[in-house]
Write a protein of this length. Structure first.
Length: 134
């Protein structure tokens, strides 16, 4: 835990967006993995409030940010609808979707009661057919 925070502090000092987001992801992933969704939520919101994702929103690293966001929403944190409101537009315009992003997005949409889950489920079925999965 401490090492991740040191890495995060160093990344923030470097000012490099890729390093900063990667370090935040490590901290957030750590707390998700141990079931501490409220702490993961704190770091995710801090990253959202202080980071311009423009440089990375089309690469896999940003997909990881969205996945973690969806896991935090599904973990039952307070004000999860606010996180969904932030993440949903990115999900709708994302062109490089993949299985985990679909499945976690679907669960998050259902968690907040968004009927977009139905559309995502259909997109996921279509995507699986396209890539040859059953």
């Amino acid at each position: 835990e401490v090492i991740y925070k040191v890495i995060l502090d160093n990344a923030i000092m470097s000012g490099k967006i890729f390093d900063i987001v990667s370090a935040y992801n490590k901290v957030i992933r750590y707390y998700i993995d141990i079931g501490q969704f409220e702490i993961a939520d704190f770091y995710l919101r801090r990253m959202i409030d202080t980071t311009n994702f423009k440089e990375i929103e089309r690469i896999r690293l940003f997909g990881d940010v969205l996945e973690e966001c969806f896991e935090i929403i599904s973990g039952g944190v307070k004000e999860s609808a606010e996180l969904w409101k932030w993440a949903k537009p990115y999900l709708k315009i994302r062109t490089n979707m993949y299985g985990n992003l679909y499945t976690k997005g679907i669960v998050a949409a259902k968690t907040v009661g968004d009927f977009y889950a139905v559309e995502l489920e259909q997109e996921y079925i279509d995507w699986k057919k396209k890539v040859g999965l059953k």
